[in-house]
Design a protein around this ligand. Structure first.
Ligand code: ZN
Length: 273
């Protein structure tokens, strides 16, 4: 039995208005906290909320509140090969900052050409942690995952190659769209995941091709750093990564979770915005 939960706000920016809403039978049941805290229903019900969390008068917010986003590189053989790499013997971890996260009703912003001239999409299954976890066994790691959402690990490929360290390449504002909803109780052993850019299919894979499984990744990451409730772990991308430019529409999807379609636009040029 799966549970679908959206995070909705009255407007985009002030997160004080954010509400977690459980989706069932076309309605939204407002929760009194984050779903991984065992939140109960407040009794407030939103009529007409679809399975992707769309409701009139509400903006869909990222369905996780991470203190960090832990990511794994080269976790699908065919993607490692397309970048000219072997699959690493252990998971290759890196981080994205919380400031890179945007929701399913936001946009991805392309930095000015003087910073990067090659930005690419990577569709990924994202895990959302439900309990504080440190040095977890595989069983503990499995139990620590509250649920799943879809992500795009947007990457400045030129900076990734140039810098060696991936902080700039992976860390820019808007480089981690998440959504549309958080799904608990899902079997992720063989979920289709894909990405289209302006209607053209770029990535079409399955989580069955992952090298290291979700529980292995959580256990491995938790040996390095404490994972907190709401933290997000991205599990790597299948083959087919390619460029994004301003004016594109980026759509990425994981089966049973849903589809996120966001515009790609140039980042505002003026300082301070
Ligand atoms: Zn990635």
């Amino acid at each position: 039995m799966t549970r679908r939960v959206a995070r909705l706000g009255r407007e985009r920016a002030p997160l004080a208005t954010a509400r977690w809403v459980e989706l069932k039978d076309g309605a939204g049941y407002v929760l009194d906290g984050a779903p991984w805290e065992g939140a109960g229903q407040t009794g407030e019900v939103l009529a007409q909320v679809d399975a992707a969390g769309r409701a009139a008068g509400w903006v869909r917010l990222p369905p996780a509140t991470p203190s960090k986003i832990v990511c794994v590189g080269r976790n699908y053989r065919a993607h490692a090969a397309e970048l000219g790499h072997e699959v690493p013997p252990e998971p290759l971890l890196f981080l994205k900052p919380p400031s890179s996260v945007v929701g399913p009703d936001d946009a991805v912003e392309i930095p000015p050409d003087r910073i990067s001239s090659r930005v690419e999409h990577e569709v990924e299954l994202a895990l959302v942690i439900g309990r504080r976890t440190r040095r977890a066994s595989l069983a503990e790691a499995s139990a620590a995952v509250f649920g799943y959402t879809a992500a795009c690990d947007v990457t400045a490929r030129d900076l990734q190659k140039k810098d060696g360290q991936w902080t700039r390449a992976k860390g820019m504002d808007t480089f981690c769209p998440l959504g549309p909803v958080l799904v608990a109780g899902l079997d992720t052993s063989a979920l289709a995941l894909g990405c289209t850019v302006s209607g053209v299919v770029r990535q079409d894979g399955t989580t069955a091709d992952m090298v290291f499984r979700p529980a292995e990744l959580v256990a491995y990451a938790s040996a390095v750093m404490t994972l907190e409730p709401g933290d997000v772990l991205l599990t790597g991308t299948p083959a087919g990564v390619g460029p994004l430019v301003a004016g594109d529409e980026l759509a990425f999807e994981v089966a049973e979770i849903g589809r996120v379609a966001v515009p790609v636009r140039a980042a505002p040029a003026e300082p301070g915005r």
